[in-house]
Design a protein around this ligand. Structure first.
Ligand code: ARG
Length: 460
């Protein structure tokens, strides 16, 4: 098959070269963007008098037929065509002849691929936002039911202070909210048309880039052609955004794994989203969150991989850049399935309130409350109150009980200034509800956070 660029070659290339050089096996995913971009380009060329109206119409009709052929599985993909751009263009020429040969006027594959890939990334960015929104909905629903469900808040994976389960879930909602904001900011920044830059230096043809931008839904036109054809920042941004989402997913997954162990037993994953062992009949394994944690590694790999491909490239387009697509496709697919399955796994899990509450009864979770009590009621400086409380904890340990279970008499052995009213302060529910500061864990503060987050959701 002779290549569209074969004019200056005396001999045809080797089969091995075709295999190595081709991006068609993966960039055929961009057929829709390629056809949309070409129709917009042809429409503009006709408006500018570079093509006739009839030629542009023939081109659009031919391209729509090609789209249909691809969607019906009738299109013959051959790696001899190298990439989706040349596969579509060759087919167009076969279908409509002369007019098809005029389509590539004032265009290069360099700005064409920059356009197609950007259109894909922009579209997927908004789809990821939608998927995050539905995950947030599920988290909010569960949160609303658990504003009073005690659970040990941890630092260093050690019991720290009692919190409620809704408060814990809202921490994840806050992360996913930032992820949405990051995606939307990327979308806004990158909504700029690359087409019309041609190979690197622009074109002598009298094109109208603003018009093409409007046809394709872009907010503006790129400023500098040399930058535009070698810019893959938009691809790096979606990779980074996905890595950050997956880092959040992975932290949540890690907690789900811990929480479903015998030692914690805070949650039970549904049978629907758990797996068994091929040898140990009793096992119910958290494969879903484990895979979520594992897949985070591969999306990080995709980000580092593209950063590395780009880091030494001179301006402008270099073939290295063909390596930009597979990682992005992979990360996009990975984040979709990951967010969807995380949503289902948490929607169907059961929450063992009783185990969460029991866990709060070990680890002296109300120790900070005793120190705060000594500060507020006895006017003791915090550092000293901290020390006294430490001794009370040591005393409770020596008796083999939790601080919250010490009697007033025992507490007074540690410090005579402690009064009867300390008992209420040491209760776990009291401890949680004492933290009423903005963003704190008290049920009242947690409910305010729910309101704020719901207002944000509704404002969208
Ligand atoms: N298949 C190429 C890619 O994905 C398209 C651009 C090729 N341009 C070129 N001058 N070889 O990057």
């Amino acid at each position: 098959m002779s290549k569209l660029w074969s004019g200056r070659f005396a001999q045809s290339g080797a089969q091995l070269l075709d295999e190595f050089n081709a991006s068609l096996p993966f960039d055929k995913k961009l057929y829709e963007e390629d056809i949309r971009g070409s129709i917009a380009h042809a429409t503009m060329l006709a408006k500018q008098g570079i093509l006739t109206q009839e030629e542009a119409e023939e081109i659009a009709k031919g391209l729509m037929q090609i789209k249909q052929e691809i969607e019906e599985g009738l299109f013959e993909f051959s790696i001899a065509h190298e990439d989706i751009h040349m596969a579509v263009e060759s087919r167009l020429i076969t279908l409509i002849g002369e007019a098809g040969k005029r389509l590539h006027t004032a265009r290069s594959r360099n700005d064409q691929v920059a356009l197609d890939f950007r259109l894909y990334v922009q579209k997927q960015t908004l789809v990821i936002v939608n998927v995050l929104e539905s995950l947030i909905d599920v988290l909010m629903q569960i949160a609303k039911e658990h504003t009073n469900t005690l659970l040990p808040g941890m630092t260093h994976l050690q019991h720290a202070q009692p919190i409620n389960f809704a408060f814990h879930l809202l921490a994840y909602v806050s992360m996913f909210k930032r992820d949405i904001e990051r995606l939307e900011s990327s979308h806004k920044r990158n909504n700029i048309l690359p087409l019309g830059c041609a190979a690197l230096a622009g074109t002598p043809h009298n094109i109208d880039r603003e018009y093409v931008a409007k046809l394709l839904g872009f907010d503006g036109v790129s400023v500098n052609c040399l930058d535009t054809v070698s810019d893959r920042d938009f691809a790096l941004e979606i990779l980074f955004n996905i890595s950050t989402i997956m880092m959040h997913v992975s932290r949540f997954a890690e907690e789900l794994i811990l929480w479903s162990s015998y030692e914690f037993k805070f949650i039970t994953l549904s049978d629907e989203y758990s797996t068994g062992s091929s040898i140990m009949p009793q096992k119910k394994n958290p494969d879903v969150p484990e895979l979520l944690r594992g897949k985070t590694g591969r999306v990080n790999g995709n980000l580092i991989s593209l950063l590395t491909v780009l880091k030494g490239l001179p301006l402008a387009y270099n073939k290295d850049m063909q390596e930009d697509k597979e990682g992005v496709f992979d990360s996009v697919e990975t984040v979709f399935i990951s967010l969807n399955i995380l949503k289902e796994a948490i929607r169907t899990m059961s929450i063992n309130h009783e185990r969460m509450r029991q866990a709060c009864e070990v680890g002296h979770l109300s120790a900070t409350d005793l120190a705060d009590y000594l500060v507020q009621k006895c006017n003791i400086p915090f550092r000293e109150a901290h020390f006294i409380t430490g001794r009370a904890v040591a005393h409770a340990e020596s008796l083999g009980i939790d601080l919250s279970k010490l009697s007033v008499e025992e507490l007074q052995k540690v410090d005579a200034r402690i009064g009867e009213d300390v008992l209420e302060v040491l209760s776990l529910v009291h401890s949680m509800n004492a933290r009423t500061s903005q963003g704190g864990t008290a049920t009242s503060s947690t409910c305010k956070q729910i309101e704020l987050l719901e207002a944000w959701i509704q404002s969208r």
